[in-house]
Design a protein around this ligand. Structure first.
Ligand SMILES: NC(=O)c1ccc[n+]([C@@H]2O[C@H](COP(=O)([O-])OP(=O)(O)OC[C@H]3O[C@@H](n4cnc5c(N)ncnc54)[C@H](O)[C@@H]3O)[C@@H](O)[C@H]2O)c1
Ligand SMILES: O=P(O)(O)OC[C@H](O)CO
Length: 296
């Protein structure tokens, strides 16, 4: 009988299901039935001791309220984002439903499209409970190297913030600003997200590791990133509605930029790149944003 299940059968849920099926049977469930091996209904999945939850950040609170009842499950959160309506980090939302010692958060550079092909990758499992890492580590296949960190807030901020910076990088690419501009944007973005993170207690080392620089470099330099593609579309003056409709998948950086904009105002944190992404999403011309960034 399988003891591990993935909840959410989008791109990342399916890739994690593929990876976690290499060494043991792994169940998967979703709102709509899918033709995937070991697809089960939600109730069956919820009987598992280990649950990997891969649904978009903005839907998590509602999903937990409607579907989750705690029976000592050990939960690995696979989403990357900050709740826009409240500015809450995912660990704060999850802790309203699940004790923190039963929670872990995945971070690091990991395009689902590559994981589902079994290409090598390295991930971090972040938890205040090291034994949760020890238990989950055994489930991962040989092509994924797992690292442990207890910096839950640092990993979360990296995973969420880099999506906003990937939108900025896509805009930079779409405007043909060149390699120098992109390298400057990415490195100043790294400094910016570290400044934001340290305000909330994140550790410096997290930003220079897989969760920070690793995921930022990946997402901000490839068209495989949905967030990067949102930026490309914005640079071509396409509307956000058109871009998201064509994407057909979640681009967490959009709503996360709203959350960062409010949090940075509330806590007086200097976040110029994220603020410009927010303004562009509100209709500001990207060229005006560029001029303002160069002046600030
Ligand atoms: N795709 C990747 O490469 C990747 C890698 C790492 C992390 N992530 C993160 O994983 C999360 C999911 O991304 P994805 O790529 O699977 O997105 P996706 O758009 O491919 O799929 C999202 C899934 O969530 C489900 N969903 C949407 N609203 C829901 C709700 N209210 N209740 C239950 N399920 C709901 C959808 O049915 C869909 O199956 C995001 O936070 C993303 O940042 C994605
Ligand atoms: O396609 P994106 O932009 O959602 O990025 C996917 C992953 O977070 C990369 O690690």
């Amino acid at each position: 009988m399988a003891n591990i299940a993935v909840i959410g059968a989008g791109k990342w849920g399916q890739a994690l299901h593929y990876a976690l099926s290499q060494k043991q049977e792994c169940l998967i469930t979703s709102r709509t039935k899918r033709d995937i091996k070991n697809f089960v209904d939600l109730n069956t999945a919820m009987q598992c001791e280990y649950l990997v939850i891969a649904i978009p950040a903005q839907q998590i609170r509602q999903w937990l309220k409607e579907n989750f009842s705690f029976k000592n499950q050990k939960v690995l959160v696979a989403s990357k984002g900050i709740e826009a309506s409240s500015g809450k980090f995912l660990n704060e939302i999850y802790e309203e439903f699940i004790p923190r010692e039963n929670l872990g958060f995945i971070s690091g550079p990991s395009f689902a499209a590559e994981v589902i092909q079994g290409l090598p990758c390295a991930l971090v499992i972040n938890s205040l409970n090291k034994s949760l890492f020890d238990e989950y580590e055994k489930f991962f296949p040989n092509f994924i190297k797992t690292y442990y960190s207890d910096d839950v807030i640092g990993a979360e901020i990296c995973g969420a913030y880099k999506n906003v910076l990937a939108i900025a990088s896509g805009i930079c690419e779409g405007l043909n600003l060149g390699n120098n501009a992109r390298a400057s944007l990415i490195s100043r973005g790294l400094v910016e997200m570290q400044r934001f993170g340290s305000h909330f207690g994140a550790k410096m080392e997290t930003f220079i590791g897989l969760s920070g620089a690793g995921d930022l470099f990946l997402t901000a330099s490839s068209e495989l990133s949905r967030n990067f593609r949102v930026g490309l579309g914005l640079a071509k003056n396409r509307t956000l509605e058109e871009i998201l409709e064509e994407l057909g998948e979640v681009a967490e950086g959009v709503k996360t930029s709203y959350a960062i904009n409010s949090l940075s105002q509330e806590h007086q944190i200097y976040t110029p790149i994220a603020n410009e992404v927010f303004s562009i999403l509100q209709g500001k011309n990207p060229i005006d944003s560029l001029k303002d960034l160069l002046r600030s």
